[in-house]
Design a protein around this ligand. Structure first.
Ligand SMILES: [Zn+2]
Length: 376
């Protein structure tokens, strides 16, 4: 079974890739296929959020206002452009016909644009086209990279619904209006989803409903495994900060891509130049004095020529010479701070264990190397 994930242009590519990594971290026969980004048509409709409450919800219930502190940058009433559901499903349908997607495949649009009913995700009458709203999750998390968890959760829940129910009316009939701590709760606000992700559970009546349906067990297993990995990742993140236990770091394949494996394969995207320096310092836990960087020229050259695929030997030579030349020390500190920003963006203050820091007269990565693994 294939699920095509389409990204609308405004949904950040790194977030999109992180969602995909999280989905792909679980083995199974549901294959998630990323697409080229899609440019959405012009807006025709607007929604007017009277206040914070209406912004956070599909419906009416009260919501604790202590979350509002992080909303300073939003002023209500707030007018936001929206698409209708039919417009969003229309984008899925166009994608199908433009790309000759078989009817049996599922197509999901991941978009930062809101919809007229302010839902976080929905399915069309064919039960094969979906949209997932990717924006505004940052409001509920301190750390931006965590937005991949609710987005992935929504993807899995909607796939599960498409397997459990024949049509949309059946979904509405069976979904729990009052929260049961079940994946099939009709979460009226996003806050509820952030709590539900920590349990990743189905209530007894949904469990019995699933057993009565003819759903392939390997699909179910994969979806539940993904839920479980979201849950574990959230717990790991909490605990690791508490106990000061960082995630394992994996360097994979020929491209030496960097993954935090205990955090749902969160990928840290470094440029070839940044990665070249990072690999050098990773391989030298004792640290390196920058004035002696020249001693590592061969090693740096080997990494960079492997990582910058298009670079000619002359270009590689120029980049590495500039890197080790002390006159260009500024260039190196720019690289260090870019690397640092990427880790800190992903891990908060905790990220500093992974970055190249000055300790005495040397620069080093302090991370315990037992947590580091190279996988070819
Ligand atoms: Zn249930």
């Amino acid at each position: 079974m294939k699920v095509h994930l389409i990204r609308s242009e405004g949904f950040d590519i790194e977030d999109f890739n992180n969602v995909l990594n999280l989905l792909k971290a679980t083995k199974g026969t549901i294959e998630f296929v990323p697409s080229e980004p899609i440019i959405l048509p012009e807006f025709e409709n607007y929604i007017n959020f009277e206040d914070l409450k209406s912004f956070e919800k599909k419906g009416m219930p009260q919501f604790s206002m202590n979350e509002s502190m992080r909303m300073e940058n939003r002023v209500f009433p707030m007018k936001t452009p929206v698409f209708t559901w039919e417009q969003l499903f229309g984008i899925c349908k166009d994608f199908r016909s433009d790309n000759n997607i078989p009817d049996a495949d599922h197509v999901m649009l991941l978009t930062e644009q809101a919809n007229d009913l302010n839902w976080f995700g929905a399915i069309d009458a064919s039960m094969k086209n979906y949209f997932i709203h990717t924006a505004d999750w940052d409001h509920y998390f301190q750390n931006n990279v965590d937005v991949r968890f609710p987005i992935t959760y929504e993807i899995v829940v909607w796939l599960l619904r498409s397997m459990m129910f024949k049509n949309r009316n059946e979904i509405i009939d069976n979904i729990h209006e009052n929260a049961q701590g079940c994946m099939m709760d009709f979460c009226q606000n996003k806050k509820e989803i952030t709590i539900k992700m920590r349990t990743a559970d189905l209530c007894p009546s949904c469990t019995s409903l699933i057993t009565k349906k003819d759903i392939r067990k390997n699909y179910l297993k994969q979806l539940f495994d993904t839920m479980e990995s979201i849950r574990k990742n959230l717990l790991f993140r909490q605990r690791s900060v508490l106990l000061n236990e960082p995630s394992r770091l994996e360097i994979r394949g020929y491209s030496k891509n960097i993954f935090l494996s205990d955090l749902g394969d969160l990928q840290i995207n470094l440029t070839p130049k940044e990665k070249t320096l990072y690999l050098l310092f990773l391989k030298h836990p004792e640290g390196i004095n920058l004035s002696y960087l020249i001693d590592h020229k061969l090693e740096l050259t080997a990494y960079y020529s492997m990582l910058s695929r298009s670079g000619s030997p002359e270009q590689v030579e120029t980049v590495i010479s500039n890197m080790i030349n002390y006159e260009y020390a500024n260039d190196i500190s720019i690289q260090f701070s870019r690397i640092k920003n990427k880790f800190v963006a992903a891990l908060g203050e905790f990220g500093k264990q992974y970055t190249i820091e000055k300790v005495g007269d040397k620069h080093k990565i302090v991370l315990n190397r037992e947590l580091v693994q190279f996988i070819d």
